[in-house]
Write a protein that binds this ligand. Structure first.
Ligand SMILES: Nc1nc2c(c(=O)[nH]1)N[C@H]1C(S)=C(S)[C@@H](COP(=O)(O)O)O[C@H]1N2
Ligand SMILES: [Mo]
Length: 348
C-alpha cells in the first residue's frame, strides 16, 4: 500500500522517546478555541521604544513572508514530520522596531480564556527561526490549530508554539508560560535533549508518606517515584501524576479516575482491575502492563504506548489485555499506527 516515498520515511530521525502520528493526522492539544474578542484580528508587540505596536493581518501579509518546513514534536511523545508554515519571521518583525534596552526575553500570549502564554530568551527565539504563522501547508491556519495566527518555534517542543497569538511581549525578565508553570514543563524544551520536565517539586519524605498511606487523591505528585512498589487499592482519583514512575509496581484495583498521568511510566505495572476512567494517559508508557479487568473508558491515549518493538518491528513487550479489559475502540483512534495494530491483533 505504501508508496516508495513513504517507505523511505519509515525510519526518519526522531528525537528520543518520540513516535510518529499516522500520515495526515494532527492531534489537537490543549485549548480548543480562542476566547472571543480581538476582531478584526490584531497582533500587538509591546516592549519597543514605540510602546505598543499593532499589526493587522493585512499588515502582516505586507511584511516579508517566509516559509519554513518543520517537524512538530509534542512533549506527550507524538511527532508529525514536515509541516510547512508561512508567515513573518520574529526577526523580521522585530527588525522594524527599536527594541528597548535590557530586553532579553519574549513572551507569546494567546487570545484565550486563560491568557495562555509561553516564553523564550529573545536571541534563542530568533536563532530558532520563530515564525509568526498564518498559513499551514498552503492553507489558512485552521482555527483549532491556532488560526488566524500562531507562533511556531522549530527545534522546540510544540508547547512553545502558542495558538491564537494576540501579543508578543518583549521583556527584561522571563515570564514563565502556562504549561511551564502549571505542569512543570521544561522551560528550555529541546526535544533532542529530552527537556520535557523541570526537576521534581516533591520532597522525599512527603512522597514516602503518601506511598505508605496509598492515598494520592487530589494531590500534586508530578514526577513521584513509586516504581516497584506494592500500591494495590491505591486511591488516586483526580491526582496530578504527570511523569510519575510506576514501572513494575503493583497497582491492582487502584483507582486513577480523572487523574492526569500524562507521560507517566507504567512499564510492566500490574493494573489488573484498575480504574483508568477519564484518565489522561497521553504519552504514558504501558508496555508490558497487565490490563486484564482494567477499565479505560474515556481515557486519553494520544502518544501512549502499550507495546515495545525490536529492530525488525516485532512486538516484544506488549500490554496484556483480554475480554475483561474495558477499552472502547474509539479511544484507540489517536494511537500511532504500530500501537493500534498491536491492539487490533489482540482483539482478533
Ligand atoms: N493558546 C494555546 N496555545 C497552545 C496550547 C494551549 O493549550 N493553548 N497548547 C500547546 C501545546 S502543549 C501543544 S502540543 C500545541 C498543540 O497544538 P495543536 O493543537 O495545533 O496540535 O499547542 C500549544 N499551544
Ligand atoms: Mo504539547
Amino acid at each position: 500500500m505504501s508508496t516508495p516515498n513513504q517507505t523511505d520515511r519509515q525510519h526518519p530521525p526522531l528525537p528520543p522517546g518520540q513516535q510518529l502520528v499516522a500520515v495526515g493526522k494532527w492531534p489537537l492539544i490543549g485549548e480548543r478555541q480562542p476566547a472571543s474578542g480581538n476582531q478584526p484580528w490584531q497582533l500587538t508587540v509591546s516592549g519597543s521604544d514605540e510602546t505598543n505596536v499593532h499589526f493587522s493581518l493585512p499588515a502582516l501579509h505586507k511584511l516579508k513572508q517566509t516559509s519554513l518546513n518543520m517537524d512538530i514534536h509534542c512533549v506527550t511523545r507524538w511527532s508529525k514530520l514536515s509541516v510547512e508554515f508561512t508567515g513573518v519571521l520574529l526577526e523580521d518583525l522585530i527588525r522594524s522596531l527599536t527594541v528597548r534596552e535590557g530586553i532579553e526575553f519574549v513572551s507569546f500570549v494567546a487570545q484565550s480564556t486563560r491568557n495562555h502564554s509561553t516564553s523564550l530568551p529573545l536571541l534563542e527565539a530568533i536563532k530558532q527561526k520563530t515564525l509568526i504563522a498564518h498559513t499551514c501547508d498552503g492553507q489558512p491556519l485552521a482555527p483549532e490549530h491556532g488560526g488566524p495566527l500562531r507562533n511556531v518555534v522549530p527545534g522546540k517542543y510544540f508547547y512553545k508554539s502558542v495558538k491564537w497569538l494576540k501579543s508578543i511581549d518583549l521583556l527584561r525578565e522571563d515570564r514563565l508560560g502556562f504549561w511551564e508553570a502549571e505542569s512543570g514543563y521544561h522551560n528550555a524544551a529541546d526535544p533532542w535533549l529530552e527537556q520535557r520536565y523541570m526537576a521534581p517539586t516533591l520532597d522525599r519524605r512527603t512522597a514516602a508518606r503518601l506511598i505508605a498511606d496509598r492515598n494520592f487523591v487530589g494531590h500534586d505528585l508530578r514526577r513521584i517515584d513509586a516504581s516497584g512498589r506494592d500500591l494495590s487499592n491505591l486511591m488516586a482519583q483526580g491526582a496530578s501524576l504527570r511523569n510519575a514512575n510506576f514501572n513494575e509496581s503493583n497497582l491492582q484495583d487502584a483507582d486513577f479516575s480523572r487523574a492526569n498521568m500524562s507521560n507517566s511510566h507504567l512499564r510492566k505495572a500490574n493494573l489488573q482491575f484498575a480504574k483508568l476512567i477519564g484518565t489522561d494517559l497521553e504519552g504514558a508508557n504501558l508496555a508490558g502492563a497487565d490490563l486484564r479487568g482494567a477499565d479505560l473508558t474515556d481515557s486519553s491515549l494520544i502518544g501512549s504506548s502499550f507495546c515495545e518493538f525490536d529492530g525488525q518491528g516485532r512486538a516484544v513487550l506488549g500490554a496484556r489485555i483480554d475480554s475483561t479489559t474495558t477499552l472502547p475502540r474509539q479511544i484507540l483512534e489517536p494511537l500511532t499506527p504500530d500501537q493500534r495494530e498491536y491492539f487490533l491483533a489482540q482483539f482478533d
